[in-house]
Design a protein around this ligand. Structure first.
Ligand SMILES: Cc1ncc(COP(=O)(O)O)c(C=O)c1O
Length: 377
């Protein structure tokens, strides 16, 4: 692990616990972007075919990261919200259909379904607060439920759901399964086949430690032709390089969701960032993330007046831990933390900490001392 620590070079006094918002890049990502910039200055796009090789490698890395059956199942998208919109506005709805979500979703995974209201689609919000959130979600699926869309890790509390169980239950009920996995992929192992999900999406700028603006959209192969397309252009075609052709049809692969020129700069970066996650291995990344969240949880729980809002159950844990200090307003606590170079955000019921696999134990220890100081002053 120690060699991988060298990959991160944040300012020495910075305590970065904000990967659930935007993750810092590893050095190799900065090197790849710098090299790409210099190449563009010197040679323009002379070696464009080489850029496409990197993009191809990126698709392969993403397919491995999600355990997708094929790279044909992987589309490169702008962000999570775009991919959610592809699903919502791609499916053929009938008035009276409904979509089940939770009542803790990030706006992207609520608004997109509420936007189907003019088509007569209802949204059912389910509380995750009980002892069996998966059971509650499945129980909410009725005869008119077409799809369940859920964040596998909730953005504010970090609650992790058992997506394999959900996927199994939804298949039995013939309900489509869509996973907003932006708070999951890159932090913990993720497997579209084990979860039997139909759609999954995530942007690269959080746990994958890459710039904003390039994400992944997985669509199960059998469902690809069923999603109506709303963006058209040269790149999404079966014969995308053949500009003289009059006849056209959308690519049979997930490239059909990529209408025009690719985000090559983003691809250089995400490819480099994922190469690091692959070298460490997602099992080890996940183990380290949970270990660090465990340290934070133990330390925070030992400080008088601190309430940890995230679930303490091991199977519910993720890279996110949210807490508050009983007699102190959250905005004030957040301001004090930021003044002490603890980078985090107020979310949901309190302050959200989100360490990554490389976060040094020193960062956690110093952060806990700072929280202790804030709590006792
Ligand atoms: C659970 C969840 N979904 C979606 C988003 C937004 O993602 P994007 O900007 O990639 O559309 C966020 C961002 O914080 C999020 O936490």
């Amino acid at each position: 692990m120690s060699t991988f620590l060298d990959e991160f070079a944040q300012a020495p006094d910075l305590r970065y616990l904000n990967h659930a918002a935007v993750g810092p890049w590893p050095k190799r990502t900065a090197v790849a972007v710098r090299k790409f910039a210099e190449e563009n200055v010197l040679l323009g796009a002379r070696d464009y075919p080489d850029w496409m090789k990197v993009e191809q490698r990126l698709r392969e890395r993403l397919a491995r990261l999600l355990n997708a059956p094929s790279i044909d199942d992987i589309a490169l998208v702008k962000n999570t919200s775009e991919a959610l919109s592809f699903v919502a506005f791609g499916l053929d709805w009938k008035a009276g259909d409904n979509v089940v979500i939770s009542d803790e979703e990030f706006p992207s995974n609520r608004i997109v379904w509420e936007a189907l209201k003019p088509q007569g689609v209802d949204v059912i919000q389910v509380s995750l607060k009980g002892t069996d959130p998966e059971g509650a979600l499945l129980a909410a699926c009725g005869p008119r439920t077409r799809l369940l869309s859920i964040s596998s890790v909730q953005f504010a509390t970090g609650t992790r759901l058992d997506i394999d169980r959900l996927g199994h239950g939804l298949r039995q009920r013939n309900v489509l399964f869509c996973i907003d996995a932006i708070q999951h992929i890159g932090a913990l192992p993720f497997d579209v086949q084990a979860s039997q999900c139909d759609f999954a999406m995530a942007d690269g700028h959080k746990w994958m430690c890459s710039p904003e603006g390039l994400g992944v959209f997985y669509c199960r192969a059998e469902l690809r032709p069923q999603l109506k397309l709303h963006e058209f252009g040269w790149h999404m075609l079966e014969h995308s390089g053949d500009y003289g052709r009059d006849e056209w049809r959308p690519a049979s692969s997930a490239q059909r969701f990529e209408c025009g020129s690719p985000n090559t700069l983003g691809a250089m970066a995400l490819d480099a960032s994922l190469s690091l996650l692959e070298e460490v291995g997602m099992k080890e990344v996940g183990r380290s993330v949970l270990e660090r969240v465990g340290w934070l949880e133990q330390g925070l729980s030992a400080i008088g007046g601190v309430t940890v809002h995230s679930s303490l159950e091991i199977r519910r844990r993720s890279g996110i831990l949210t807490f508050s200090i009983d007699d102190k307003p959250t905005p004030q606590v957040w301001q004090s933390l930021m003044q002490n170079q603890v980078v985090c955000l107020p979310r949901g019921p309190g302050i959200r900490f989100s360490p990554h696999f490389y976060t040094e134990p020193r960062v956690i220890e110093e952060t806990l001392s700072i929280v202790q100081r804030i709590a006792t002053h």
